[in-house]
Design a protein around this ligand. Structure first.
Ligand SMILES: [Cu+2]
Length: 111
């Protein structure tokens, strides 16, 4: 049993817990680069999600996009290295590798 004068403390503690509770976390997806191709051709992500690209080939890859929804260029990165890209605008993002033009991945960023 809580005595009367303790209740405000308990209430304050519960309120504090509510305030620091995290919002819904943005997701992280993983796409690997192997044998000069992405592990998938299409991927749907939610707004705010990020995709981590991991290079499992013995040579370097690059990732870039000129799409209005996400224009970026990670630069090249080698075996075992990865790059994360966050998608903060809805729409279609066409991803390519500057070194291997046949490497393509379409990402749909949903609101
Ligand atoms: Cu490549």
């Amino acid at each position: 049993m809580f005595r009367g004068h303790r209740r405000p403390v308990l209430t304050a503690c519960l309120l504090a817990l509510t305030l620091v509770a995290p919002p819904v976390w943005a997701g992280e997806h993983v796409v690997t680069q192997r044998n000069k191709s992405f592990s998938q051709k299409k991927l749907k992500v939610k707004l705010g999600d990020s995709v981590r690209f991991t290079n499992e080939d013995s040579f370097v890859h690059n990732i870039f996009s000129l799409s209005p929804a996400k224009s970026f260029d990670t630069g090249s990165f080698g075996n075992g290295q990865s790059k994360a890209v966050t998608f903060d605008k809805p729409g279609k993002v066409e991803i390519e590798c500057a070194i291997h033009p046949d490497m393509r991945l379409d990402i749909e960023v949903e609101q």
